[in-house]
Design a protein around this ligand. Structure first.
Ligand code: ADP
Ligand code: MG
Ligand code: MG
Length: 251
């Protein structure tokens, strides 16, 4: 699904290199987790894949189902099936959550040459998905994320994902700021979307999310590279020994 080779990224405005040769292959149907200390470049990787500006790719490649992702505009990446749930979801005053979601769904349909969704079908779709994430109807009427609690914002990210049904779902620390119940809802939302045709990249600091979203593969990122890859046991090792143990071993 996603293939990243030797990806080097620096900031556009400064001579600061953040990603120093990331290699990562995520197969369709799999859940890969990326863990790693703060500042190792996890969010930067997710931003570069989804097309945020401010970063310059100086070397390497990233493809989605064989298509060059780095050449695409952000909206083309979304239409191709890349979705990023933000570490810090943005508030958008003046734009209703329903309008936002419907615009996103229709943009995706348009890019695929499909007809717009009818108002009735859209309402049905969103209500069904919102219910499973325990998002109440009142939250759907409010402007995107405005006045939402941390947990509500994160659940709203997963609602967007559930509605858009992307192929490559990237979750950047979606568990941070969530209490245990909200984290379980988020994990259930993700697990409900697990499918042979879909892949996940779950970025997290803590092992606890991975108790609920069982990863197939766990990677440790440090200083702009994937330094270790293993199975779910690697996340437990982090929990027990911290990153210092693993990084010392790799060094
Ligand atoms: P992580 O998500 O693993 O905590 P980030 O990708 O957020 O790491 O950041 C990696 C490094 O790049 C950090 O040292 C961070 O301060 C730096 N960085 C990222 N984006 C910017 C930016 N726009 N301006 C300055 N420094 C940045
Ligand atoms: Mg961070
Ligand atoms: Mg981050």
């Amino acid at each position: 699904m996603l293939e990243i080779k030797n990806l080097h990224v620096k900031l556009e405005e400064e001579d600061k290199v953040i990603l120093k040769g990331v290699d990562l292959t995520v197969e369709a149907g799999k859940v890969h987790a990326i863990m790693g200390p703060n500042g190792s470049g996890k969010s930067t990787l997710s931003y570069v894949l989804s097309g945020k500006d401010g970063y310059e790719v100086t070397d390497g490649a990233a493809t989605l189902e064989g298509e060059d992702v780095l050449e695409m505009e952000p909206e083309e990446r979304a239409a191709a099936g890349i979705f990023l749930a933000f570490q810090y979801p943005v508030e958008i005053p003046g734009v209703g959550n329903m309008t936002f979601l419907r615009t996103a769904v229709n943009a995706q349909r348009k890019a695929r040459g499909e007809e717009e969704i009818s108002a009735a079908d859209f309402l049905k779709l969103v209500r069904e998905k919102a219910k499973s994430l325990k998002i109440d109807a009142e939250m759907l009427k409010r402007p995107v994320n405005v006045g939402f609690s941390g947990g509500e914002k994160k659940r709203n990210e997963i609602l967007q994902m559930a509605v858009l049904e992307p192929k490559m779902c990237i979750l950047d620390e979606t568990d941070s700021g969530l209490d245990v119940d909200a984290m379980k809802l988020v994990a259930e939302g993700v697990n409900a979307l697990r499918d042979e045709g879909r892949a996940f990249l779950v970025i997290t600091h803590y092992q606890r999310l991975l108790d609920h979203i069982k990863p197939d593969v766990v990677h440790i990122m440090a200083d702009g590279r994937i330094v270790k890859t293993g199975g779910p046991e690697l996340a437990l090792e982090v929990e027990q020994n911290g990153y210092a143990g693993i990084l010392g071993e790799v060094a």
